[in-house]
Ligand binder design. Sequence first.
Ligand code: GN1
Ligand code: MG
Length: 344
Amino acid sequence: MKQILKAFNLPIDSKVKPLGNGLINSTYIVSSNNINKQYVLQNINTNVFPDVDALQNNIERVTAHIRTKLQERGTTDIDRHCLKFLIDNNGKTYYHDGKKFWRVMEYITDSVTVEVVTPESANAAGRAFGDFQSMLADMDPLPVETIKNFHNMEFRLKQLNDAIVANRLGRLDKVKDLVNEIQQDRELATTAERLQRQGLLPTRVCHCDTKVSNILFDNDGNVLCVIDLDTVMPGNILSDYGDFLRTAGNTAPEDEPDLSKINLNTPVIEAFTKGYLESAGCFLTDTERQLLPHGQYRFAYMQAVRFLADYLNGDTYFKIQYPEHNLVRARAQWQLAIKCKAAF
Ligand code: GN1
Ligand code: MG
């Protein structure tokens, strides 16, 4: 740890404590009596992001682009609205300690993440994500795909199918009911892929991981900053609209074991949609607008597929807290998908 702190020119006596609940990277908060700022240290998961240089290059370009837009608007406290990465002693925004890759960001003070949003904060988040997409709309060249086929449903279903065929841990028998139900929805779930191929759904730069815990709010429920920029890449607008509501538009957490607690949070969905349309409405096509309700379904479905495939594969992708965690998550997301479908 000392070597890493030193590489980023941080006091080597700093305290380093776990932060947040991301399922991919490991995140820590760094504080020391010798500095008044705090920092966020992350160990980058190279199973998920093997090309750290390309990943960080994307993030550097994305943050620089957002900063320019904020400057043009006259935003004064830009460092509270856009992540700022530290440069290590090799002049890079990441450090390789011989085994692992690390990066450090400034911690944004007086910010909170929430698991449950109110209609007011959902409205602010909607405006923020619409704004995020519109700020990045003119990025040229486009950011790279940091994870190939990340939000491609056909690819995710193929991964599930591979996991079923391999049945590596013999868990298939236990989940046959869920597998069948999910597979029956295949046509509906791959709607966006077909529309994209037909040229009816435009490609846009998206965040691609807009779950509630990837937004920093201030204490009044206003959005400060969109965080976790690893997956900013070309996609379609359903990603950001749908993935936010997958978490915020659910009355229960994404891993709720009691399926009866999973319902649509209609006031939050309506408030988020209103906010999103306020900032994104100017560039959305009619097709995109009409598809919005499909977005929440699409991402609950995709997440059910991904959690289930990981369960069958032996929990190699998502961090779990107990042995059946990925199965509980998959069932919870499928239940949400059912609720979404019933609503449109
Ligand atoms: C992962 O790391 P985290 O928790 O921000 C995942 C998302 C999933 C999410 C489910 C790179 O995000 O796609 O929606 O878990 N990120 C990656 O909670 O796979
Ligand atoms: Mg993430």
